[in-house]
Design a binder for this molecule. Sequence first.
Ligand SMILES: NC(=O)c1ccc[n+]([C@@H]2O[C@H](COP(=O)([O-])OP(=O)(O)OC[C@H]3O[C@@H](n4cnc5c(N)ncnc54)[C@H](O)[C@@H]3O)[C@@H](O)[C@H]2O)c1
Length: 303
Amino acid sequence: MTCFGIIGGGLMGHGIAVALAQAGHQVGVFDIDPAVLTSLSDRVGQALTRIGVPPEHACEVRDLIVPIGSLPDLARRSEIVVEAVSERLAVKHDVLAALESDIAPDTPIWTNTSVLSISKVAHAMAHPQRLVGVHWWNPPYLIPLVEIAPGAASDANVVKHAYDLITSLGKTTVLLHRDVPGFIGNRLQFALVREALYLLDEGVCEPETIDTVVRASLGLRWATVGPMENADYIGLDLTRAILSNLAHDLSTQTNSFPTLDQLLEQARTGRPTGSGLLAWPDGRGDEVAARLEAGIRRGLSAN
Ligand SMILES: NC(=O)c1ccc[n+]([C@@H]2O[C@H](COP(=O)([O-])OP(=O)(O)OC[C@H]3O[C@@H](n4cnc5c(N)ncnc54)[C@H](O)[C@@H]3O)[C@@H](O)[C@H]2O)c1
């Protein structure tokens, strides 16, 4: 049993707490927003109910997760610290600087950044060797993958310890050879999102059509046969021929996303404002959250 301290008890922080506590680890959670700590136990309970943990075991898991009122208190009791604050480099730098003054030089810190370079997150640290990217996917207690991403200064033992501990939770753990923004999963995901936005900009289809295509084809295929296995399966000569014919036509945009920017100018940010690429009437957000978790559970139990 390891005593974890999680900084940031939002969507990912509370979900990571559930994943760790389900394996019997103790978890303290600190957040700068007291309301996040007040709601922590309820959100943990709701997650455990949604994934079908029996009530008696849910109580045990819930008891392992405790809100902590200050960063120094969290630091004092933690053998490993998980950073899950907002995805802004300056915020992460401030949190890590404050944290480092309260913990031993060799206490490992795992950052859950989605896309930031681990070396950049570690840039201002006194002991950058203790930092490793441990990138969970939402919801962390359901999605099997966790990417372990070393920065240029990460200590090999810290990286291996993170890999082994995450694997011991029953997760599918992958280790990157070197630091790269977005790791593997988000690079692949956002290559597809960029291309989808380009198709909208070019007037090829409606946003709903993109989702239909992915859900009725690639989503099904990739859950069972990955793109590398599929490339071999169809033959690398065909893969090369398709790339020769298509690659020059794919989006290479780095800063021009007209459809997206137009929506943002109109403050249409999607679910939070009720309108975005799609319409978000009341209840759709909850329906999507429930559909997502149910779909993942179905997929996992079928494998
Ligand atoms: N949402 C996802 O699907 C997802 C998936 C993987 C990784 N991540 C990454 O995980 C991290 C957290 O994302 P999230 O979705 O949980 O965001 P969130 O907004 O739900 O939670 C972030 C929490 O950090 C807290 N916080 C901000 N500044 C703080 C500070 N100085 N000290 C303590 N707490 C502070 C906020 O109050 C908030 O509760 C980000 O780096 C994000 O990119 C998110």
